[in-house]
Ligand binder design. Sequence first.
Ligand SMILES: NC(=O)c1ccc[n+]([C@@H]2O[C@H](COP(=O)([O-])OP(=O)(O)OC[C@H]3O[C@@H](n4cnc5c(N)ncnc54)[C@H](OP(=O)(O)O)[C@@H]3O)[C@@H](O)[C@H]2O)c1
Length: 310
Amino acid sequence: MTRVVITGASGLLGRALVKDFKENGFTVFGLAKSRVSPGLLALDLLDSDALRSKVRELRPDVIIHSAAYRQPDQVEGDAEGARRMNVHVPQVLAELAAELKAQLLYISTDYVFDGVSPPHMADDQPNPLNLYGQTKYEGEQATLKHCPGSLVLRVPILYGPVEYLAESAVTVLFGALLNPPAGGYTVSDLEVRYPAHVRDVAAMCRQLIEKQRQDRDGVFGIFQWSGQEPVTKYTLVQQMAALFGLPLDHVSACRTPPTSGTRRPMDSRLDTSGLRRLGIGQHVPLAQGLHESLLPWAEQQAGDASAGSC
Ligand SMILES: NC(=O)c1ccc[n+]([C@@H]2O[C@H](COP(=O)([O-])OP(=O)(O)OC[C@H]3O[C@@H](n4cnc5c(N)ncnc54)[C@H](OP(=O)(O)O)[C@@H]3O)[C@@H](O)[C@H]2O)c1
């Protein structure tokens, strides 16, 4: 059976990757740092010696590198740590993949682009606006340089089943809708995003690996995926309110560009033609994906409310 090492296996995308690869007959070794649930292996990727020795011991045919420091605001506050995690770790994994002749897929982001002229093609010159995007771009370059023939998949904002609502930049909006602060609040109606469900992304990662196994010389380099529905934070909140019959009158839309804080692309739409040419493309409709992902939280809130009533 094909042996696959998945980094970031405890994360939002990593959990979906582990599930999909297992369900499709791969032998999966999921690596995690702090959330080491049963079946995962504990490893701090920043310990390069331990990483090298663990990966050599596991002898993977495939490495999926999903782990990253991925919150732009946190990255700005820890530039050195972010470079180690988002640039140095991909380099070590790429060297290992080359040594072991393993297939390597590095997960990257739409934030490598500035969002000025969407859709962004896979071969457009990246121009990241923040350090997160910059380090992920440098991680791409390290991957492609140290493991020629490897794969990069750029993905947009992700959502899916979350362990806590703030785990995804999509689902976090539902928390404020369920428990609105007194006096209401404002959300941006400016930056356009194309959310993708982690189940779809995980399935496409596996399909890309399978395509490459059939044609190692023909399938390599940078691919991109995007959700189909353009949203802003405000239209997402509108959609969530409509799906669960929640009031929206305390939420206001903000259309003023931010003048401070971490810069983000305005419209980071990714062109997906590379994957589609390979016959790869999977998309759960956003309304359905949101309903599935948020329902447990809506039910929990309803349960808490009824437990509190007399
Ligand atoms: N989430 C998004 O909206 C989004 C959008 C575009 C691209 N991406 C990219 O997609 C990939 C997956 O993102 P995600 O949202 O699934 O991330 P996530 O939920 O934040 O998970 C991060 C993962 O990295 C692991 N990790 C962090 N530091 C580590 C270390 N020193 N050693 C070992 N493991 C470490 C974490 O392990 P523990 O939790 O066990 O500590 C966790 O499994 C990333 O490459 C990200 O850049 C994400």
